[in-house]
Design a protein around this ligand. Structure first.
Ligand SMILES: Nc1nc2c(ncn2[C@@H]2O[C@H](COP(=O)(O)OP(=O)(O)OP(=O)(O)O)[C@@H](O)[C@H]2O)c(=O)[nH]1
Ligand SMILES: [Mg+2]
Length: 255
């Protein structure tokens, strides 16, 4: 028996045919039937033959090669360029304690955290930073874009201390689109992060720029100082509940 985390997909040897999608906790499937153990001498013992020489070997079990691909299931997926502050945001607002550092690709594996908003909660996934070409394997590549597939909605973080916030936003969006599937169609909230390290004029200029390129309301936050975070968490919670009601998630394609 093999125990696998929820969200694991099992593919056939061709690495294309999906055999099972383990989206539920406790789900069990038989991939290969076990063999036949055969019979030992004891089985042939009888009143007339007290020491039988006979034994039957049985047959081997089924064998097959499979590919396992883990695609995390979360309510909200954090996306953004490396160093945008994704892990910081997850760490300051959930029970998760991811590694945080001032260099790109600090996060090498996606991680999950539970975010509490009042008496409700949602699960947020910290995804390694995306860079141009990620959909073709650049940086940490496509492996992580797969995790985004299963999130109900996205929070796109943009580091406000970089010069070109519009370009940062576009780069990530282009990767989501290029990966295909329903990634680019997912609901997305946008936040300008690290505003504790910016002047009010700079914040305003970059917020305007980002709103223009994303055509969305831009949340102005500081993941470190906690500025603007509570209203954003409420928005995320509202969005998650709406998506849950609509059945958009989580293994299955959004309706
Ligand atoms: N001033 C300031 N710095 C921040 C803020 N949020 C994150 N940082 C800093 O930015 C750097 C990168 O933060 P991370 O949370 O590791 O960034 P990430 O997006 O997870 O990066 P990758 O895992 O490499 O994709 C760290 O030095 C953080 O301390 C913020 O709100 N304000
Ligand atoms: Mg990180």
């Amino acid at each position: 028996m093999l125990r696998l985390p929820r969200g694991t997909q099992v593919f056939a040897e061709d690495n294309e045919t999906l055999l099972v999608d383990l989206t539920e906790i406790g789900q069990r499937v038989v991939l290969c039937k076990g063999g036949d153990g055969g019979y030992g001498n004891l089985h042939y013992k009888s009143s007339t033959n007290r020491a039988p020489r006979r034994a039957d070997k049985g047959w081997p079990g089924e064998e097959r090669w499979v590919w396992l691909r883990l695609k995390l299931i979360a309510d909200i997926g954090l996306v953004g360029l490396p160093n945008a502050g994704k892990s910081t945001f997850l760490s300051s607002n959930s029970n998760a304690r991811p590694k945080i550092a001032d260099y790109p690709f600090t996060t090498l594996h996606p991680g999950l955290g539970v975010v509490k908003v009042g008496d409700r909660e949602f699960v947020m996934a910290d995804i390694p930073g995306l860079i141009e070409g990620a959909h073709e394997g650049a940086g940490l590549g496509t492996r992580f874009l797969g995790h985004v597939e299963r999130c109900r909605a996205l929070l796109h973080l943009v580091d406000g201390t970089q010069d070109d916030v519009a370009d940062a936003y576009r780069t990530v969006r282009a990767e989501l689109r290029a990966y295909g599937g329903n990634l680019a169609r997912k609901k997305e909230l946008v936040a300008l992060n690290k505003t504790d390290a910016m002047t009010p004029e700079d914040i305003e200029a970059k917020r305007t720029k980002l709103a223009k390129v994303s055509r969305k309301t831009v949340h102005v936050i500081s993941a470190v100082a906690g500025h603007g975070v509570q209203p954003l968490l409420h928005e995320l919670m509202k969005l998650v509940e709406k998506q849950r009601d609509a059945g958009a998630n989580s293994g299955k394609e959004a309706a």
